[in-house]
Design a protein around this ligand. Structure first.
Ligand code: NDP
Ligand code: 2IT
Length: 449
């Protein structure tokens, strides 16, 4: 229950309007709980209906995506783009191709993206899109035909000054390449700024591939240093997932002196107490899109267990959930706490349920929420857009340095905002408030409410 009657009314309306959109309700409620701490100081929020506007996407696009498989059979998927908020820049956010994709998931992701992009300090609004298409088991040619059909509709809704999509679950360099090729073909030009995460040969930025995982570790390192005088050095780390974010979080955590002992996919998890051999994982996942269980055939002393969630029974000092939303519930959180964990940083979007976050915070663990912790991906997308506008590319070191600065700043801005709200160190509140204030000022100043 929210203290503010106004916020409670807004939340009730969100739920009543779309009663089935559970993930969206969850994301909105968390932000409203943070706003509850400051809403008394801002009578204009209610007077001008700012929060009602803030929780409603500016535009939702939904379209048919027909494509032929290799046997010539026609499949029809559903495509979406949720253009959530453009107060501080063009819409920006990833595309997700996964069978679970629906409006609730994309609205929660677009809402979170609005706040995350604000936290980066770069001029980007929030969006998310994707399809219920499942790329798993599909040939390159099938994925290409799907991407071409998807972009044949999407192209009319995007542009470097309008909306700039990128990757997310199921959308990596291969898919962005096919999407970009089709955009160029349909529009008759090479407009590099329309997508990010592009290949280096056609306007991509160095470090974008690594950025989310690296950024996650930079923020974690700063949080450990400032709040506990600690670091990754010598720490045991468990990371869920084994996709883009998990792989490069493993790389950076290892470079910073941590020992990553477990990774997972949606079928199960591997445990390698000596420390994961990342070259083997890259070979399996990036080399031939294999399953994580192949690791145990190649690395003696490692084990594989069926079932994705059991990974959180492995004791660790630092937990980095990097797979998908709502993977850690209250019970798993209690196990993580009992095993002596020091810090939890969210690499995936909203991987911890509200009860899990409460458990971590009440036990005194450091906790960094996704909109702050995984912002390195979209921040580097922003840097890709800058380089595209300049028709120039920075070196790996230059982009990496800027990424690190951005992540360190995000931590300090969120920490500072948590102090201002009277809850020092509560980075959930800090990130929500710091992200929100910039967007709401932009909305008011431009009369966008
Ligand atoms: P990938 O597609 O590269 O990898 C996803 C990983 O998560 C895979 O190991 C996958 O296993 C697992 N996974 C996906 N869905 C489920 C599910 N429903 N249950 C269990 N496991 C699942 O995606 P990314 O690494 O890019 O994304 C991971 C998370 O990070 C997502 O929450 C995404 O929104 C977030 N994120 C990504 C950014 C980016 O730049 N890519 C930026 C910021 C956040 P399997 O192969 O078995 O499906
Ligand atoms: O969730 C995310 O921040 C992303 N998937 C990255 C979005 C982007 O535009 O780079």
């Amino acid at each position: 229950m929210l203290k503010s009657e106004y916020l409670q009314r807004v939340y009730t309306q969100v739920v009543t309007r779309d009663p089935d959109q559970r993930e969206f309700h969850q994301a909105v409620l968390e932000v409203l709980e943070s706003l509850d701490l400051i809403v008394d100081r801002h009578p204009e929020y209610e007077e001008r209906g700012i929060i009602e506007s803030f929780v409603e996407p500016e535009r939702m696009i939904c379209f048919r995506v027909p494509w032929d498989d290799d046997q010539g059979r026609v499949h029809v998927n559903r495509g979406y783009r949720i253009q959530f908020n453009s107060a501080i820049g063009p819409y920006k956010g990833g595309l997700r191709f996964h069978p679970t994709v629906n409006l609730s998931i994309l609205k929660f992701l677009g809402f979170e993206q609005t706040l995350k992009n604000s936290l980066t300090g770069l001029p980007m609004g929030g969006a998310k899109g994707g399809s219920d298409f499942d790329p798993k088991g599909r040939s390159d040619a099938e994925v290409m035909r799907f991407c071409q059909s998807f972009m044949t509709e999407l192209h009319r809704h995007i542009g470097q000054f309008v909306d700039v999509p990128a990757g997310d679950i199921g959308v990596g360099g291969r898919e962005i390449g096919y999407l970009f090729g089709q955009y160029s073909r349909v529009r008759g030009g090479h407009d590099a700024g329309v997508l990010t995460g592009k290949g280096l040969a056609f306007g991509g930025s160095l470090v974008r591939t690594e950025a989310t995982g690296y950024g996650l570790c930079y923020l974690t390192e700063e949080m450990l240093r400032c709040m506990r005088k600690e670091s990754f050095d010598g720490k045991t780390v468990v990371i869920s997932g084994s996709g883009n974010v998990a792989i490069f979080a493993t790389e950076k955590a290892t470079q910073l002196g941590g020992r990553v002992v477990a990774l997972s996919d949606s079928n199960g998890y591997i445990h390698d107490p000596k420390g994961i051999d990342l070259n083997v994982v890259k070979d399996i996942k990036l080399g031939h899109r294999g399953r994580i269980k192949e690791y145990v055939d190649r690395v003696p002393g490692s084990s594989y267990t069926e079932g994705f969630r059991g990974i959180w029974n492995i004791p660790c000092d630092i937990a980095l959930p990097c797979a998908t939303q709502n993977e850690i519930d209250g019970e798993m959180a209690r196990t993580i706490v009992q095993n002596g964990c020091l810090a939890v940083t969210e690499g995936a979007n909203m991987p911890c349920l509200p009860e899990a976050i409460r458990v971590f915070q009440e036990a005194g663990l450091l906790f960094a929420p996704s909109k702050a912790a995984n912002a390195g991906g979209v921040a580097t997308s922003g840097l890709e857009m800058s380089q595209n506008s300049m028709r120039y590319s920075w070196s790996f070191e230059e982009v990496d340095r800027r990424l690190k600065d951005i992540m360190v700043n995000i931590f300090h801005n969120a920490y500072h905002a948590s102090e201002e709200c009277g809850v020092p160190g509560d980075l959930v509140v800090g990130a929500n408030i710091a992200g929100f204030l910039k967007v709401s000022r932009g909305m008011v100043a431009q009369g966008l409410i």
